[in-house]
Design a protein around this ligand. Structure first.
Ligand code: BGC
Length: 733
């Protein structure tokens, strides 16, 4: 449809039809009644609103979607099709590694491929929008939702945000295999106090703009069809009411013309925030902040009607919001093709197909991070006597928090299945060792999860594990967080592995000093004790549908782990929030070296820092050079470095470039990622890696909050990870 026709359509719509567009209905409604016009028993939505409702959440069955859409179009006075939305966080039917792990790939092409694969499954299933990517900057591992983001770094998050949007949306949203993205949660949800879920955020304007907002902007600039508000307040103002971030920044500064949706209940939550219990007051805040759709609760329609009747808001405000939604529907081609590509027969062919599974498999080693590899204990050699121990050994659930389709949670192969099928050998010994959780876990009060109750059974399992560990040359221990303790409402103050597993680790590592830990986790954990004792640690996060095969092949060296940390691992929970590149501060320049920042009982740096990760070969850096000593506007600085593969295998190295603005009108980070490149280098080969920078790259919010660069020295660091000290200076003119 041409824009003129959309405007004409808008003109023809009644106010009730318009308000219908601004509301979303939970899919449960249709599952219950199976008809768009049936009696609604659970919700507060009146029939006349449902007739003109703009979208639905959580229906993913293509046949049902077609049925609902058909009825809806027939009943709608202007036959406007609905949008169907769902959270597809790391895949729909095929689950890929969690987004935090995808961040570890340092490979935007991979993120694009995985998002595009997820879009293909979603599109054929009849969906139009995914509530992804989540690009909240995450620097506190206590917050359970860190698994949904690509981590602690502004630049990496921005690159991955763009890649995800491009992957979901393709070049043209009318094409098969595409869906609209919805970037979330705007804004700064990752900065909640103490990592507490739904807590408040108090953040300076500079911190917000400099570090937290760029990833959302990158997604918007990449054309994300939608954006979602967040549950948190910022400086006391709920995001869903926040005119400053939404109207001033998003709409006016960034010119974002996509659709803004509340988070599930975030309009209503303003009541919990103590703003008001009245629908109209809450709705007035939201519409003034240019929020277009209320997700599922049904208070917006009540409030908006009242506001219009009382003349407190203009119909123009409603029209602007409706037009944005109509434009998205049009961008998706829904007016010409309201069912788009929903096709249940084709869905059976595409979803969880061999090709999808191959894509999932290939992602495992690229997102896994080898944190430690003493004596090169990995990869395993086939003739070694190896004991495999741990509660993840026979687990069929390696999907982690928030897989798309829960029905596949326990359908995939376990690590044990793969070893027995693909590596049949009587050298291998197995013991489960323990269940994932023991009865002492405090989280069990809040979460219904299975746990070990019986002390005798617990002792027997550990004894068996000790027995097999004693007989083995090496022990591979598969340990970690419960697969359902990641994502929303999983904030924790204890970020160690469950106690029952720590006991197992202690018992096994006492009898065998060659312990290799395969770690399953949604967030950086406190693994300081484990790290002190284990020879190797391979962090596989939650690796998805092909996790087991990916892990076993990686352990045996068929593939090498090539991921790098997208979020730092702390020495202990007391260090949180922790991230690389803190602002410089201490008294050492004036007083003495005693007066330095940090703790007296713990290093300032994290245990494993951002960007760290090993692989099965080694690299040597040389000939680091800058092509000039000064850099003026419109000039380009070329940074070059040679990287040689000095190990015994071909491999990938992620070359990382950081900078520090030495003196500036405001304090600047001690190190900031500015570029990276993941390069494949053959054994013995040397590759020259080049980076190009301009003064644009050094702009920041200065003393007067102007976004600009300042003349003076910039240190450019190159190396393997954020700990690199290899640096050269350039003078900005
Ligand atoms: C979450 C969002 C999600 C929405 C819809 C909310 O509780 O915060 O991230 O997209 O639910 O499922």
């Amino acid at each position: 449809m041409r824009e003129q026709e959309l405007i004409k359509l808008l003109d023809d719509m009644s106010i009730m039809e318009k308000i219908g567009e601004l509301n979303q209905i939970p899919g449960e409604y249709y599952k219950e009644t199976m008809t768009a016009t049936g009696e609604n028993t659970t919700l507060n939505f009146p029939k006349e609103l449902i007739k003109t409702i703009g979208s639905a959440l959580n229906v993913s069955d293509p046949e049902l979607i077609v049925k609902i859409q058909k009825e809806h179009i027939e009943n709608h006075p202007h036959h406007i099709p609905m949008l169907f939305m769902l959270d597809i966080i790391h895949g729909l039917d095929t689950t890929f590694p969690i987004p935090l792990a995808q961040g570890c790939s340092f490979d935007p092409e991979l993120v694009k491929t995985l998002s595009s694969a997820a879009a293909k499954e979603a599109c054929v299933s009849g969906l139009h929008v995914t509530f992804s990517p989540m690009v909240d900057l995450c620097r506190d591992a206590r917050w359970g939702r860190v698994m949904e983001s690509s981590g602690e770094d502004t630049y990496l998050n921005s690159v991955m945000a763009k890649a995800a949007v491009e992957g979901y949306q393709g070049k043209d949203l009318t094409e098969e295999g595409t869906i609209s993205s919805c970037v979330k949660h705007f804004a700064a949800y990752g900065a909640v106090e103490g990592g507490r879920e739904y807590a408040s955020v108090d953040i300076s304007e500079r911190n917000l703009r400099e570090y937290y907002l760029p990833p959302y902007k990158a997604a918007c600039d990449a054309g994300s069809g939608m954006l979602m508000t967040s549950f948190n307040t910022i400086g006391g103002i709920p995001s869903t009411a926040n005119k400053h971030i939404m109207k001033d920044i998003l709409r006016d500064e960034w010119n974002y013309d996509g659709v803004v949706i509340t988070d599930y209940g975030s309009l209503s939550n303003m009541e919990s925030h103590g703003i008001s219990e009245k629908d109209d007051v809450l709705s007035e805040y939201a519409i003034n902040a240019t929020v277009d759709i209320e997700m599922c609760i049904g208070r917006y329609y009540q409030g908006l009607q009242k506001l219009i009747n009382e003349g407190k808001i203009s119909e123009k405000q409603i029209d602007d919001a409706v037009l944005r939604i109509l434009k998205l529907k049009n961008r998706l081609g829904l007016f010409e093709n309201p069912y788009r590509f929903a096709n249940s027969e084709k869905a059976k062919e595409i979803c969880r197909s061999k090709k999808m599974m191959e894509t999932a498999y290939k992602a495992v080693n690229q997102t896994s991070v080898l944190l430690k590899n003493e004596d090169k204990s990995l990869p395993l050699k086939k003739d070694e006597k190896i004991a495999f121990i741990g509660p993840f050994l026979d687990s069929h659930d390696l999907l982690g928090g928030w897989p798309g389709n829960l029905k596949y949670r326990s359908e995939d192969k376990s690590v044990l299945d793969i070893i027995e099928n693909d590596y049949p050998d009587n050298h291998y010994l197995f013991a489960k060792g323990c269940e994932m959780l023991g009865s002492e876990e405090p989280m069990l009060k809040r979460r219904k999860l299975p746990f070990e109750e019986n002390q005798n059974a617990r002792n027997e399992k550990i004894d068996k594990a000790i027995e097999v560990a004693q007989k083995a040359d090496k022990v591979v221990m598969l340990l970690g967080e419960h697969p359902r303790v990641g994502g929303e409402i999983t904030s924790k103050v204890d970020i160690r592995i469950p106690k029952i597993q720590q006991e197992l680790f202690d018992a096994v590592s006492k009898v065998n000093e060659n312990v290799i830990v395969v770690l399953f986790n949604h967030r950086p954990l406190d693994i300081t004790e484990i790290s002190g004792k284990a020879k190797s640690i391979l962090d596989v996060w939650f690796p998805g549908s092909m996790g087991a095969k990916g892990i076993v092949d990686m352990l045996f060296g068929i593939n090498s782990p090539t991921g790098r940390l997208s979020m730092s691992f702390p020495y202990g929970v007391g260090q949180e929030p922790i991230y690389y590149g803190l602002l410089p501060t201490d008294h050492s320049t004036q007083v003495s070296d005693t007066f330095v920042t940090g703790y007296i009982d713990c290093p300032l740096e994290p245990l494993y820092s951002f960007g760290e990760g090993l692989t099965y070969t080694d690299f040597e850096y040389s000939d680091f050079s800058l092509n000039k000593k000064t850099l003026a506007e419109n000039e380009t600085l070329t940074v070059s470095v040679n990287v040689k593969n000095i190990g015994q295998r071909d491999g990938y190295e992620t070359v990382q470039l950081y900078f520090r603005d030495v003196f500036a009108s405001v304090s600047r980070p001690t190190k900031q990622l500015i570029r990276f490149e993941k390069v494949f280098i053959k054994k013995g080969e040397t590759k020259e890696v080049l980076f190009y920078l301009t003064t644009e790259d050094f702009k920041f919010y200065n003393f007067d909050m102007n976004y600009d660069y300042e003349p003076g020295e910039i240190k450019i660091f190159v190396g393997h990870d954020s700990r690199t000290n290899e640096c050269k200076s350039i003078e900005l003119m």
